[in-house]
Design a protein around this ligand. Structure first.
Ligand code: ZN
Ligand code: ZN
Ligand code: ZN
Length: 317
């Protein structure tokens, strides 16, 4: 193994060449370590490159490096105006529909193996005009990527498969997507309708929409049938229910005694008739307004994500 699997080399000018397209007598360099490579091909063997002496490069590490190089070249070609912007093949965060996005114009160039503020090294860093990092592209080749490192990266990033980059360096299909989420036009419209409806109910019932932490949806009071806001928060349905924070707590979220549960817990109440809207009623039936809903962590991202999910449900009613 080792050398025999090296399928890519660079010309002295830095152009990536595949073994199948290589020519005998040309000089080739290892893309990873820059040392000279010998090109081997013949009727009895698969064309490949080999290092001349001792070396530390494997076919995998070369492939990993070539993928990074091709990503960098795709960005360069776009910036020189000889190719269109690379495409990010992503999915709507809410409904999962495929969505193609151009790499944004704020990206000025791609730098390889850059050290980030936390000390980790990213495979490819997309930077702006002032070389400030905008996002990273991590290349996954089997055994070649340190998974925990990628998860810790301090900037938005995607992870792409090395093989896919070799097939098309200007189309990035994330295996993992940690960029700012995208939402398709249909979901955005559903979200706007939901927000509008929630704002109307908020005004009518005198219960303002909380800006963060408390997730909300619109439902009907089981008793008086008025449209009311219903709230959810992280840890609400946990065995040991977490006390919802006082800051921003809607006045309809109250510590109440439930005859069904025979205990006190923090519950939604109706702003119109005052009745308890029990957690069983809200969460447990398939047509419950918060059926199987589980609020994410107390972060702005999780809050936004949860509201999108809640909006998508209301849209299907
Ligand atoms: Zn090498
Ligand atoms: Zn969508
Ligand atoms: Zn009511």
């Amino acid at each position: 193994m080792g050398d025999r699997t090296i399928q890519f080399a660079c010309t002295p000018e830095g152009e990536v060449v595949e073994a199948a397209q290589a020519v005998k007598g040309q000089s080739y360099l290892c893309p990873a370590c820059r040392s000279p490579l010998i090109f081997r091909a013949g009727p009895q063997r698969v064309a490949h490159f080999a290092h001349k002496g001792e070396h530390a490069c494997s076919g995998e590490s070369v492939l990993h490096y070539v993928a990074k190089l091709l990503i960098q070249q795709a960005v360069e070609q776009w910036k020189r105006g000889v190719a269109p912007a690379p495409i990010l093949a992503r999915a709507c965060r809410s409904c999962g529909t495929a969505h193609e996005q151009r790499v944004p114009d704020t990206v000025a160039r791609a730098l390889l193996e850059q050290r980030l503020p936390d000390g980790s090294i990213a495979d490819v860093v997309l930077v702006d005009q002032a070389d400030a990092p905008l996002a990273a592209v991590e290349v996954r080749v089997e055994h070649a990527v340190d998974e925990p490192k990628a998860a810790r990266l301090p900037i938005p990033f995607i992870e792409v498969a090395g093989e896919a980059v070799l097939r098309d360096p200007a189309r990035w299909e994330p295996l993992r997507d940690h960029l700012r989420p995208i939402v398709c036009a249909r979901c955005r419209e559903a979200y706007q309708r939901f927000q509008q409806q929630a704002a109307e109910v908020a005004a009518r019932t005198g219960v303002p929409l909380p800006p963060t932490f408390y997730r909300y949806t619109v439902g009907e009071c089981w008793k008086c049938h008025e449209e009311i806001l219903l709230f959810a928060w992280p840890g609400q349905e946990a065995e040991e229910q977490q006390t919802p924070p006082a800051a921003g707590r809607p006045r309809t979220v109250q510590l109440r005694y439930s005859k069904t549960v025979r205990d006190r817990y923090w519950a939604n109440t109706c702003p119109c008739c005052g009745m308890l809207q029990g957690n069983f009623f809200l969460f447990s039936e398939p047509d419950s307004p918060l059926f199987a809903f589980d609020a994410g962590e107390d972060t702005p991202e999780a809050f936004a994500d949860d509201l999108l999910r809640l909006a998508a449900r209301v849209a299907t009613w």
